[in-house]
Design a binder for this molecule. Structure first.
Ligand SMILES: [Zn+2]
Length: 236
């Protein structure tokens, strides 16, 4: 039997909630209730062969962000960091944006490193700044990928070349399943560029504009993630 355990926590404290998921069978057991689950991934029944844990590493301003009811969340937005490392993304997330009343920066809620490890930077019940016009009702998932770094707006640099790792995609699937169970009001998933189609003047050709946001980009296996999401909607 394939099993996995999800570790997560609130208020910066790692807690064990005791969820155990048994995939490859037609049921799933957690610490409190039992219910059915069959999840298809890449058109095959999912087989979880490793433990997943979420490490809480909340940003310094987490507690300053506005609190919301989990039931107000209906969308997950996918991003990539467009930076070399998780440490760079962390540094970027900690930068306070001048003039913002909460004295906070821009950040997703979850970050998935290249080895598949998932970190939580912002609690689910806090409104993070990660997508214009949709922050209040969304969860942001950032996947570490270099994207167009270091010259995001050069006309020569608009096609990302770094593949996402298998560990990142596996963790993305697990995180989706975890969030759908935790936040039943979730209805849809989107990529950042779908919600922000602003154009900006390129850094090298003043007469040419490029997209402000392209993430997570064409190398993100979107069709597969959508498949997983549709399966999750069916079983929830
Ligand atoms: Zn983004």
């Amino acid at each position: 039997m394939h099993t996995r355990e999800l570790l997560t926590g609130e208020n910066g404290v790692r807690e064990k909630h005791g969820y155990k998921y048994y995939f490859g069978k037609s049921f799933m057991v957690c610490g409190i209730v039992s219910f059915g689950i069959t999840l298809h991934y890449y058109n095959k029944q999912i087989k979880i062969i490793r433990s997943m844990k979420i490490i809480d590493n909340l940003l310094s301003y987490n507690n300053l962000l506005k609190v919301r009811d989990l039931s107000s969340i209906d969308i997950i937005v996918f991003h990539c960091t467009e930076l070399p490392t998780l440490a760079d993304a962390r540094k970027e997330g900690e930068k306070i944006i001048p003039g913002r009343k909460e004295k906070c920066g821009n950040s997703g809620h979850y970050y998935i490193d290249r080895d598949g490890q998932i970190y939580r930077f912002i609690e689910d019940n806090r409104i993070a700044y990660h997508v214009i016009s949709h922050n209040d009702h969304s969860i942001g998932i950032e996947i570490v990928n270099i994207g167009r770094y270091p010259d995001w707006y050069s006309t020569k640099n608009q096609i990302p070349t770094e593949e996402y790792t298998k560990a990142q995609i596996d963790s993305t699937v697990e995180l989706l399943a975890f969030l759908k169970k935790k936040i039943p009001s979730l209805k849809t998933i989107k990529q950042h560029f779908e919600l922000d189609n602003q154009m900006v003047i390129s850094s090298d050709k003043p007469n040419i504009k490029v997209s402000r946001k392209i993430d997570p980009g064409p190398l993100f296996p979107w069709a597969k993630i959508v498949n997983v999401w549709q399966e999750l909607l069916k079983i929830s």
